[in-house]
Write a protein that binds this ligand. Structure first.
Ligand code: PMP
Length: 455
């Protein structure tokens, strides 16, 4: 034990406002060390990190080489601004590297410190792009229910969960939410869609109708996660994004991909855009760009958009930490590791292995409705009944993911009635088996009422 665990927990309760944790909650898990996929808390207890922190620890915890890069860069130049004509060599090297791995014509980079900042920037860029071209009515943003785009007022408004809006109103006007692509829940499509193609047909029809209602020349952009993460790892039909892109193009509406979760190897490619074969106008990234070692985000912007933003006095918004030298240095080293260790391919192969393991261990359980995955993004959707697909009732005091962590030390996440896994891409087969059997141990004791025997 490296710290007095009880004292740490007491100070935490006294002083830290945690997101999504009621003040009445007494339990604290105070992490003190990490290595690979493993974490240790202040009581010396070990954990298997099957969520990669918050979906981002691509290269795993405790990499000394990344710590060394940060240390060296801090000694050389810890910070200077990227406003106006100022720049730094690490930010330049990273921007050129990102332009190299991103699909053409995404050759321009705008740095942020995280995903929420990134989505604010993307939404403002989309409006500003049209404004500068004289299309000043194009202010509307299309988004989807169940989307998560961070907590700013722009991205937060595009986020499609009432929880994130309630009590924060008024949200940003001129945002319209469409139905999400979730083939498992065909009831969302009026019961009329039984194949993935029919789901897409429904959604494209809805998109066309919504554009007609709002007015095609009033819409700036559509924003979407290529695979919806927080919404429950919702994988769209293969033809969804190409067909959405075709409709948007026809109406001069920009496409923004929020790849805060899906970029940098998570789905087996640098970007999910490559997985779906669709190139948006802006890709928002963060998280995996540094595997979480330091905060950083980056927007990849298409040539035709950048050309307009850079006219006259340039794009009039900046963050103090745009292109932070230490963050960009660490990001470069992180991308090097992903490349040298072949983690894109590994995400595909280990993702398939973990999927097969989950299928083998959980596939026979009546409360497991569907197991789905792309690369190292996986979800196990829980239902009361496989036939009706009614979601499993959940008891906030005894959620399956909490019981799994308390009993086995395996950390998975709950997302809209699904258990979601997004482990470091370096996960081993033994760790994948351990994660799957931890889920089995709890889910086989979970009744269709949501009650967990012996928990
Ligand atoms: N977009 C998506 C798709 C996300 O999943 C997240 C974070 N989970 C964000 C944006 C917000 O990123 P951040 O928390 O870094 O602000």
């Amino acid at each position: 034990m490296t710290h007095d665990a009880a004292e740490l927990a007491r100070l935490d309760r006294a002083h830290i406002i945690h997101p999504y944790l009621p003040g009445s909650a007494t339990e604290r898990v105070v992490m003190t060390e990490g290595s690979g996929c493993r974490l240790t808390d202040s009581e010396g207890r070990g954990y298997l990190d099957a969520t990669g922190g918050l979906w981002l620890a691509q290269v795993g915890h405790g990499r000394e080489d990344l710590a060394d890069v940060a240390h060296e860069q801090m000694k050389k130049l810890e910070y200077f601004t990227s406003f106006w004509e100022f720049s730094n060599d690490r930010a330049i090297a990273l921007a050129a590297r990102l332009a190299g791995i991103a699909p053409d014509p995404l050759n321009h980079v705008y740095f942020t410190s995280g995903g929420s900042e990134g989505n604010e920037a993307a939404i403002k860029m989309a409006r500003y792009y049209h404004h500068r071209r004289g299309d000043t009515d194009r202010t509307w943003i299309l988004a989807r229910s169940k989307a998560y785009h961070g907590i700013g007022y722009g991205g937060g408004s595009a986020t499609g969960f009432p929880l994130y809006h309630e009590g924060f109103a008024p949200m940003m006007p001129h945002v319209s939410h469409l139905t999400p692509p979730w083939p498992y829940r065909s009831d969302l499509y009026g019961g009329e869609a039984s194949t993935p193609e029919q789901v897409t047909d429904f959604l494209i029809r809805e998109l066309e109708e919504r554009i007609a209602e709002i007015g095609p020349d009033k819409i700036a952009a559509m924003i979407g996660e290529p695979i919806m993460g927080v919404g429950g790892m919702l994988v769209p039909p293969a033809d969804y994004w190409p067909r959405v892109r075709e409709v948007l193009d026809r109406h001069g509406i920009l496409l923004i991909f929020d790849e805060v979760v899906t970029a940098y190897g998570r789905v087996g490619q640098w970007f999910a855009a490559q997985h779906f074969g669709v190139t948006p106008d802006i890709i928002v990234t963060a998280k995996g760009i540094t595997s979480g070692y330091v905060p950083l985000g980056a927007l990849l912007v298409a040539d035709r958009v950048a050309e307009v933003l850079l006219r006259d006095h340039g794009f009039p918004m900046g963050y103090t930490y745009n292109g932070h030298p230490v963050a960009t240095a660490v990001a470069l080293a992180n991308l090097d590791i992903i490349e040298k260790e072949g983690l894109l391919g590994r995400a595909t192969s280990m993702g398939a292995f973990l999927h097969a393991e989950l299928q083998a261990q959980l596939g026979d359980l009546p409360i497991v409705g569907e197991i789905r995955s792309v690369g190292m993004m996986l979800a196990v959707e829980l239902v009361e009944d496989r036939e009706t697909r009614v979601p499993l009732p959940l008891d906030p005091a005894n959620m399956p993911h909490d019981v799994i962590r308390r009993e086995t030390g395996v950390i998975v996440r709950d997302s809209a009635h699904s258990l979601v896994l997004s482990p470091p891409l370096i996960m081993t087969e033994a760790e994948a088996k351990e994660a799957a059997s931890a889920l089995r141990g709890v889910l086989e004791r979970t009744a269709p009422t949501g009650e967990i025997r012996g928990a």
